[in-house]
Write a protein that binds this ligand. Sequence first.
Ligand SMILES: *Cc1c(COP(=O)(O)O)cnc(C)c1O
Length: 360
Amino acid sequence: MINYGKQSINQDDINAVVDTLKSDFLTTGPKVKEFEEKLAKKLNFKYVVAVSNGTAALHLASLCLLNKGDKVITTPISFIATSNSILYANAKPIFVDIQKNGLINLDLVEEKLKKENIKAIYLVSLTGLMFDEEKVKYLKEKYNVKILYDNAHYFGRDSGICDIATYSFHPVKHITTFEGGAVATNDKKTYEKLLRLRNHGIVKDNSMYPWEYKMIDLGFNYRLSDVASALGISQLERVDKFLEKRKEIAKYYHQNLPSYIKPLYPYNENSSYHLFVVQYDFKNLDEKAKFFTKMKQKGINLQVHYIPIYKHPYYKKRGIKASCPNAEEYYLNSFSLPIYYDLSFEEVDYVIDSLKGCLG
Ligand SMILES: *Cc1c(COP(=O)(O)O)cnc(C)c1O
């Protein structure tokens, strides 16, 4: 089966994991710190906190940025975890429609900012595409809002505009630590709070008794293990190659797809290409579903990224409504083609031939 995404594990990764298994530390040890430092350097943040998954990263970030009842602007086209994290903090997600490239429409965001008192904007670098950062910076300064980047799809140097960025190391993402994630920031206070919240809200204080520690926040156990961090360190060694190959595949799709299957946006050198989303003029979702079944019979597992979040029953039950015609159209037309490091160009050709057979 050719999936839309997949991890790449080599002998170095396996050795790194096995070596750590044989060491004194399975959970928090030297590998966690090393992984965090290497990530910070690579992503250009002062501080990185490794956590158990990308959703935990979003949860902790939201507890740092938000208070109960805050309104937060976000995109309907993301994995549910982005806006769920706003709900975890007892805040209120407000969905603003997307533009043609799948990212949130920042002009519509500004219209909302003019009308309502908004605490933060949660931006998702969908597929690996960075936002118009000049505009993000302008909105942040003019409307005094906090900025979170959900960078589960993006892997690159940060330009210092967001307050917090979150990452996921689920096997389909750019690097994997089995499950895993990270929160990144340049703010020391935020960093210290993240460290506490990751570990039950505990601070070390044994000034009175040798066994003493103090819990000062209601935290969690969102720690990443040393074994997972060792895998992450090993994966980081190859991440540039991973990203390069993704770009090559994206370029190849652009050159070889038939004209009736349209890439979501023109080839972009700066995209991390976590996903390669294309669009086809489907009449309705049933037609799209039949096409998916045909492709599956050919051994190709496509996916839709994503169902507009407000359409989920839980969001309806909470009475969270949205009017996002572009997101609806995107949902009908879009699907993701296979793109990952271990995908061969013979397989890409096979995917393209199968698409022509099923849609042509
Ligand atoms: C994968 C993903 C997450 C969640 O990450 P997990 O590690 O699976 O918890 C959050 N947001 C986006 C956009 C994602 O793609």
